[in-house]
Design a protein around this ligand. Sequence first.
Ligand code: IMP
Ligand code: MG
Length: 174
Amino acid sequence: MKVDNMRVLISAEEIDAKLAEMGRAITEDYRDKDLLMVGILKGAFMVMADLARHIDLPVEFDFMAVSSYGSSTTSSGVVRILKDLDQEIAGRDVLIIEDIIDSGLTLRYLMRSLRVRQPESLELAALLVKDGVERPPTDIRYEGFHIPPEFVVGYGLDHGEKYRNLPYIGVIEG
Ligand code: IMP
Ligand code: MG
């Protein structure tokens, strides 16, 4: 799909190579565990689907939906659970899958509310981490790319709910 004024930041090929690398590490680390991947909707749906195909284990899936931004491009810090997990996570090895860590506010809230449910382990994988942003200390076990503090779209990430289907990560200029 041709999009006007789009600057490609990370190509589809680069994304796939990185997910393959992350998938190999996860496969190693969770070999004797009970892996439950939890994708944060909607942004993480592409990462979830493609990363999972690089994980060579009998993994299970669940999703949560939270709202943090509305349609604006700056974090409000207000997080609401729109859809909770279907399953209990007590005793499970939970790996949260995020598209991007920006202010980290969504995640901090999520990790806190999941930790009280007493999973055996709770880790985080994120495709993108924004640099140059002040955020509470966040332990990201598996991270893909560091990017500059720009607003990016594509590969699950939206601007006003559009552009999620782009196979690359890009910045709209102008
Ligand atoms: P955070 O709470 O600021 O870390 O970000 C929460 C959510 O905002 C992320 O999971 C994304 O869905 C969205 N978000 C953050 N930065 C961007 C961006 O550059 N483009 C599109 N969505 C973003
Ligand atoms: Mg969004």
